[in-house]
Design a protein. Structure first.
Length: 156
């Protein structure tokens, strides 16, 4: 199940938007689209509120014993990289501030997070309003994507 996103504790506006995006095909997933085809907006909203009411899952992955968080990942998450026009992830994703209905990333598996970043970078995923995530992910190296994915997966 490592490629699934965890919905428990997720902000309701995030799940609401993602469910609608799956339903409309804005975000591609044959599985999700089939499951929620024909559900009303109210059903999707109720589902999102229900998931938001559940406790956040524990961190999906642990940092290895004796290892602190990766320095590259910590810098990108907390400070971004102004030279490459990367805003701090934490300024949108909730640790410092929350903008643009960005999801809470803790509790997701590193494999899922890395796959989403790669999909934004390649444009395979393009349901982010104003290309907020595509603009970030396109600037990241594969090593940075892996490091940040592991950092976020180790966060609750
Ligand atoms: C300007 C605000 C902003 C910044 C900065 C930002 N994000 Fe995002 N991110 C978003 C938004 C909004 C979404 C949701 C897009 C959608 O699906 O509508 C998102 C989605 C994601 C997702 C997909 C999550 C999922 O459950 O599918 C990942 C992973 C992610 N961001 C990681 C990052 C990382 C890592 C950084 C820093 C290197 C970062 N983001 C910086 C706004 C931002």
């Amino acid at each position: 199940m490592t490629h699934k996103s965890a919905l428990a504790g997720q902000y309701a506006d995030v799940t609401d938007k993602e469910l609608r995006d799956f339903q409309s095909g804005q975000r591609q997933s044959a599985v999700m689209q089939a499951i929620i085809a024909g559900r009303s907006d109210q059903d999707l909203h109720d589902l999102a509120v229900y998931y938001a009411s559940l406790p956040l899952p524990a961190a999906a992955e642990k940092t290895r014993a004796g290892e602190g968080p990766d320095a590259t990942a910590t810098r990108l998450v907390m400070q971004g990289d102004p030279q490459r026009n990367i805003a701090p992830c934490a300024a949108c994703h909730g640790q410092l501030d929350r903008k643009g209905a960005a999801p809470w990333l803790g509790g997701q598996s590193a494999a899922y997070l890395a796959a989403q970043l790669q999909a934004f970078a390649s444009g395979a995923r393009r349901n982010d309003i104003n290309e907020q995530m595509r603009n970030v992910a396109r600037q990241m190296t594969p090593e940075e994507i892996d490091a940040v994915a592991r950092y976020d997966a180790a966060m609750q």
